[in-house]
Design a protein around this ligand. Structure first.
Ligand SMILES: *Cc1c(COP(=O)(O)O)cnc(C)c1O
Length: 421
């Protein structure tokens, strides 16, 4: 459920007309609904009620400071994957004890930064990383709390680019080697092993892979405890998928997901962490674009928008589908159209949809890409020297620019020409 609905023939974000925002900030822009973000966070929090738990929002889905602060102020933890995200979490007021640090390539500088600023745990992914972290911690006179990420070799049944839990993926250590790796971690002076971490992929629309992975983690917990490790925390990752179109079946809800967690690991008495990103932010955001031209091609019409692949790369990168709806609601019975929906970037990959049946629109009209809140703005670039797309947050009847569109001067001034040219 989200808060982008038609009201009197106009698309609204909560109580603000999307067209009003467009008139103020221009297009394209991302627009988030605070009510949807907080609702989604709460669903996960409630799904784990009664268990000792922390929902750590995976910031890479949408990491604007305003979004991080909104969720952080509700008590959310943060899952960060870089020093930059760590700095954002801290700048948004999230205390270190609610921040977990994931990722296969943490540098020593990033480790130091997190140990200095405070960290709940590092989710370490390899032996070389463990050794480096131990050295960094020792040099600081600290001990780094860690979980070890295991790769359970489970097929997440999602797009290959976002599957992370098969043995051929770069993530985690093979679960078959877990006992040896935990033994080494426990022997490293700078580390304090607190638990196990797993994350099998993103946009999972079926609970079965989660059930398989978590069952393996439960079994491993008992084995490692028998080996003498004090396994007291399980980080179960993120990955629950969202409906990207109203015409498909609905993925499982956070409550169903919580039930799987309870069934598979609930008996272990561990503190549970989850790291949802997409489900929190995905349907809490839209990308609003203006129609520049409708161009007739051979056997097809191109709908040319002022948004492009640099603003929303998911269709080009993951063959992702986003519903595209007009901001002015079509009159009942109005005739639709079929378009190839494209942006102005000079690449054929700059195609949002092919042969899409949708409302007929005209130059100057506004359209909204639904489900664009996660892995949207964070993946945007300035390819083709297009200014980075701005972000807007709506709460009730108010809205604010939470990242402004850079001016062309600001863009140019980031470059410098050496004096010897
Ligand atoms: C990307 C990622 C997540 C979030 O995944 P979603 O599909 O957005 O829920 C959580 N944990 C880790 C380690 C990740 O890399």
């Amino acid at each position: 459920m989200d808060h982008f609905l038609y009201r009197d023939g106009e698309l609204f974000a909560e109580d603000v007309a999307v067209a009003e925002i467009a008139a103020t900030v221009g297009t394209p822009f991302y627009c988030y609904s605070a009510a949807t973000l907080t609702r989604h966070y709460r669903l996960f929090d409630e799904a784990l009620a009664g268990m000792d738990h922390l929902v750590c929002y995976a910031m890479k889905a949408a990491s604007n400071l305003a979004i991080v602060k909104l969720l952080g102020d509700m008590g959310a933890g943060m899952d960060v994957v870089s020093g930059g995200e760590y700095a954002r979490a801290k700048a948004a007021g999230v205390p270190g004890e609610r921040i977990v640090f994931s990722g296969v390539g943490k540098t020593r500088a990033e480790m130091r930064m997190a140990l200095e600023g405070g960290i709940r745990q590092f989710n370490v992914e390899s032996e070389p990383e463990m050794r480096a972290l131990s050295e960094v911690a020792c040099a600081m006179g600290a001990r780094a709390p860690v979980t070890v990420r295991v790769n359970p070799d489970v097929d997440a049944r999602t797009h290959a680019k976002i599957a992370t839990g098969k043995s051929e993926n770069k993530f985690g250590i093979p679960i078959s080697r877990a006992r040896a790796v935990f033994a080494e971690a426990a022997a490293l002076e700078g580390l304090e092993v607190v638990g196990i971490d797993v994350h099998i992929g993103s946009q999972l629309t079926d609970l079965e892979p989660f059930r398989q992975a978590y069952a393996k983690v439960a079994e491993l917990t008992e084995t490692l405890r028998a080996d003498g490790h004090d396994i007291r925390r399980l980080d179960l990752g993120g990955g629950l998928g969202i409906p990207y179109t109203t015409s498909n079946e609905v993925p499982p809800l956070p409550g169903d997901y919580g039930a799987v967690i309870r069934e598979t690991v609930g008996h272990l008495g561990c503190e549970i962490e989850i790291e949802p990103g997409r489900l929190v932010a995905g349907n809490a955001g839209i990308l609003v674009a203006g129609v520049i031209y409708v161009k007739s091609g051979e056997g097809r019409d191109f709908l040319i928008l002022d948004a492009a692949m640099n603003d929303l790369i998911r269709p080009a990168m993951y063959d992702a589908h986003h519903d595209i709806v007009p901001v002015r609601e079509p009159a009942p019975g109005a005739e639709g159209a079929r378009y190839d929906v494209v942006g102005p970037v000079c690449e054929t990959g700059d195609t949002f949809a092919r042969a899409r049946d949708m409302a007929a629109v005209a130059p100057g009209d506004l359209v909204a890409f639904r489900g664009a809140g996660a892995y949207g703005a964070v993946m945007a670039s300035e390819y083709n020297s297009r200014p980075l797309v701005p972000e807007i947050l709506v709460q009730g009847d108010q809205f604010a620019v939470i990242r402004a569109r850079p001016t062309l001067d600001e863009m140019l001034n980031r470059d410098s020409i050496p004096c010897w040219l």
